[in-house]
Design a protein around this ligand. Structure first.
Ligand code: RIB
Ligand code: CA
Length: 319
């Protein structure tokens, strides 16, 4: 039995974040060390409350939830409540549940502590803006080499953006942080819109999941209603994108992805701000500093039906 992958999910829940967290917690190949929260879909305060709620829904209330950045490195936070609902979790009433206090450690402290405790064995899974990861690099530059890898949901290699024609939402929320992460010594795999924008789940899929997993699955079925409505209304899709689930799936089922290598940069100015530019696999460039950048990996394609089956099958075991 292969060793379980130790992962920390850096998250801005967000409905697809909730899907990814519950999927990771239920998957036998994952040892979920904790969650670190960040501004993005909602404020970091709401993201933290939602992360605590997902832990309660999943039955893993003891999981550390550590609060991270409220603002990007440059500029002000922007939210996506039109996508994820006013509270960021589909406005599903919480009943008598009240959020416990989050873990007293900050997101960066928690990441540093876990990486020091298991050098080369911790994978960071950012599924929101990359502010916390950039701050971790800033404060612990020597720890970057001790991170096993970073598998993030964000960006787009050769695909249109979803926040602007060129920018994916996580990258646009903090382009400076993303640029630093892609240029760093971290071993990064970018799971972007090339794969995630066409990997969707329908309301019927969530009905089936809820029948087999009344707790977590039942919660997701209620939470995704507004998320599915958004994709139907704005994109004419029959289901919602499982963006963040794809990052976790790339760790537990890498054979379902076509991963390529290329240098990755981020536009910081003007109407291209937040756009990711990837060096094509068959080209090499030195000009404009391209030659100085570390090659990273990105998901060029994936077996989408298999990803949907993997999520449904794993969630059925979530109880
Ligand atoms: O572009 C999709 C990404 O932005 C996902 O992580 C979603 O949760 C939002 O954060
Ligand atoms: Ca997210």
């Amino acid at each position: 039995m292969p060793r379980r992958r130790k992962i920390i999910i850096d998250t801005d829940p967000g409905i697809d974040d909730a899907m990814a967290i519950l999927f990771a917690a239920a998957h036998p190949g994952v040892e979920l060390l904790g969650l670190t929260t960040v501004h993005g879909n909602v404020s970091v305060k709401d993201a933290t409350r939602n992360a605590l709620r997902v832990c309660a829904v999943g039955g893993f209330e003891a999981l550390p939830v550590c609060v991270g950045a409220a603002q990007p490195l440059v500029g002000r936070a922007r939210y996506a409540r039109h996508v994820h609902g006013g509270d960021g979790m589909g406005d599903v009433p919480a009943g008598r549940w009240r959020p416990p206090r989050p873990d007293p450690r900050s997101a960066v402290e928690f990441i540093a502590e876990q990486v020091k405790a298991a050098p080369g064995r911790v994978t960071l899974v950012p599924i929101g803006p990359l502010t916390n990861i950039a701050r971790f690099l800033e404060r612990h530059p020597r720890l970057a080499a001790k991170v096993q890898e970073v598998v993030l949901m964000g960006g787009a290699a050769f695909y249109a953006g979803n926040a602007t024609p060129v920018a994916e939402a996580n990258i646009l929320c903090d382009p400076e942080a993303a640029a630093r992460v892609f240029a760093s010594k971290l071993k990064v795999t970018m799971v972007g819109l090339d794969v995630t924008d066409t990997t969707t789940l329908s309301a019927a899929d969530f009905d089936r999941i809820a029948r087999r997993s009344p707790g977590p699955g039942g919660f997701l079925r209620r939470a995704v209603r507004c998320y599915i409505d958004f994709y139907r209304r704005e994109r004419g899709k029959a289901g919602c994108c499982m963006h963040d689930v794809c990052a976790v799936a790339c760790i537990v089922a890498p054979k379902l992805f076509e991963l390529r290598t290329g240098r990755i940069r981020v536009h910081l100015e003007g109407f291209m701000r937040g756009g990711t530019v990837v060096q094509p696999p068959d080209r090499n460039y030195d000009a404009e500093g391209w030659g100085r950048l570390p090659p990273q990996r990105y998901a060029a394609d994936a077996d989408r039906p298999a990803l949907r089956r993997l999520f449904s099958k794993t969630m059925a075991a979530a109880g």
